[in-house]
Design a protein around this ligand. Structure first.
Ligand SMILES: Cc1cc2nc3c(=O)[nH]c(=O)nc-3n(C[C@H](O)[C@H](O)[C@H](O)COP(=O)(O)OP(=O)(O)OC[C@H]3O[C@@H](n4cnc5c(N)ncnc54)[C@H](O)[C@@H]3O)c2cc1C
Length: 418
């Protein structure tokens, strides 16, 4: 029986191990943690957005880096296949807003347990050891040995599924990238993606904890003649460091290269009203509060912690009587409400990123097999590869599609060689 090592027991590793073993290979899954799928267990705020119910074409449109590389893998194992796999493993699924797919139970733990079941029922062994290096044969054409912190093993093929470098406490701390570099493969620099944005603007800590729903978020690249590079609608939050929340995380994937003060986030606080309608709404509020001071007349329009920062940006004195505010000043208020701008100084550190962008260069890997072009029995799957996508279940789908592709190719090749 041909022996395959799968390194890393995250979603990619568990899928690869389950698939390769179900195809008849003798599979050992190495995981350095005591538990499998530690990161998977915290995905989707503990609910696990397991995939996105979309076509392969739409999946590729939602990739933020190296989408073309995924063409073969996603067409071989699509979101529909992922859903079928989980349903067959006893995890009923539901589709929510934006085609995001979750387990009906809302428990990421159920997804982890289902994949563990897939691994064990397919006959793969789980070995809780940390892989320390991959050792090539004398000619350097293939990997001959897998060395762990305990001993050395001999394998016919190796699938590296060690993840990126984000959330290192879950076990993904870049070992696979090191293995690739040691074997002479190019690794592109890792940067955070789907990450909170920092700002030096004091309004952020001032409004810390303020979550805004149903706002428009747009990112301007001031380095490109003020080009709009991203637009979205939904939720965001002000934090002690800057801004975060779903729309901001997605926006961060577009802000490459990240340079201090290059990007601005413009928040449309009233996206349902155009400037004219908003002005009418303000006139009506000002009429209601005509004897109040400006800052006190905004209580219906804005959350209380936002009033002072908005007032400051209009240049209208906070204590000016509403009935003496001129049309020009009101227009200024409309402008601030439609384009509340926060200058971005950078991102939070990579260890806080939902996803690592960068990794083993796609030019080193065959997209039809996930096999390293330079080493004939070495395969990669999941976040260790330099591919990433938006939020919405696409990153886990990358893990599943590449893992299935790698496992299938590795087993088929070994049996062809017999
Ligand atoms: C907070 C958070 C929420 C997320 N939510 C979602 C979501 O809802 N939907 C979505 O699509 N994506 C989500 N993601 C992204 C998703 O979790 C990752 O893209 C996915 O886990 C990558 O899978 P992987 O198997 O490639 O790597 P990982 O999940 O990182 O697994 C790698 C495994 O390899 C093991 N390992 C590493 N080195 C070694 C070694 N030397 N020896 C043995 N074992 C090793 C690690 O311990 C780990 O278990 C989220 C990420 C985070 C951080």
């Amino acid at each position: 029986m041909k022996k395959i090592a799968v390194i890393g027991g995250g979603p990619a590793g568990m899928c690869a191990a389950g698939k390769a073993a179900s195809m008849g290979a003798d599979v050992t899954l190495f995981e350095k943690n005591k538990l499998l799928g530690m990161k998977l267990g915290i995905t989707g705020k503990g609910r696990c957005n397991v995939t996105n119910n979309c076509t392969p074409d739409d999946f590729i449109k939602n990739m933020t880096k190296n989408g073309k590389f995924m063409f073969s893998a996603i067409n071989s194992f699509s979101s529909a296949d992922t859903m079928e796999l989980f349903e067959s493993l006893g995890v009923p699924l539901k589709t929510e807003r934006g085609n995001r797919v979750f387990p009906v139970s809302d428990k990421a733990h159920d997804v982890v347990m289902a994949l563990k079941k897939y691994v064990l029922e397919s006959g793969a062994k789980i070995v809780n050891e940390k892989v320390t290096s991959l050792i090539p044969n004398e000619t350097g054409e293939r990997i001959a040995f897998v060395e762990t912190d305990k001993r050395r093993y001999e394998f016919d093929a190796v699938i590296v599924c060690t993840g990126g470098v984000s959330y290192p406490g879950t076990g993904s701390d870049g070992d696979g990238l090191r293995f690739a570099e040691e074997l002479g493969l190019k690794v592109t620099p890792t940067i955070p993606s789907l990450i909170g944005l920092t700002s030096d603007d004091p309004c952020c800590p001032e409004m810390q904890g303020l979550a805004l729903k149903n706002v428009g978020v747009c990112v301007i690249d001031t380095g490109k003649k003020s080009k709009k590079i991203y637009e979205d609608f939904g939720e965001m939050i002000f934090t002690h460091f800057g801004v975060s929340g779903p729309t901001i995380l997605s926006a961060s994937a577009h802000m490459r290269p990240m340079e201090k003060d290059r990007y601005e986030v413009q928040i449309d606080l009233k996206p349902a009203l155009d400037e004219e309608k908003l002005d009418k709404r303000i006139i009506s509020d000002f009429d209601k509060y005509k004897n109040k001071e400006f800052a006190n007349a905004l209580c219906d329009l804005l959350p209380s912690s936002m009033i002072a920062p908005v007032v400051a940006r209009t240049g209208i004195p906070a204590n000016k009587k509403v009935n003496s505010i001129k049309q020009k000043e009101r227009r200024e208020l409309v402008c601030v409400l439609k384009k509340f701008t926060v200058k971005i100084s950078g991102t939070r550190p990579i260890n806080e990123a939902i996803v690592t962008s960068g990794g083993v260069a796609v030019s080193e890997i065959s997209p039809n097999t996930m096999q390293a072009k330079k080493l004939e029995n070495l395969y990669f799957a999941g976040e260790v590869i330099d591919v990433d996508a938006y939020t919405g279940g696409f990153n886990l789908q990358i893990a599943f599609s590449t893992a299935m592709k790698a496992a299938e190719a590795a087993v088929n090749k070994l049996y062809e060689e017999v």
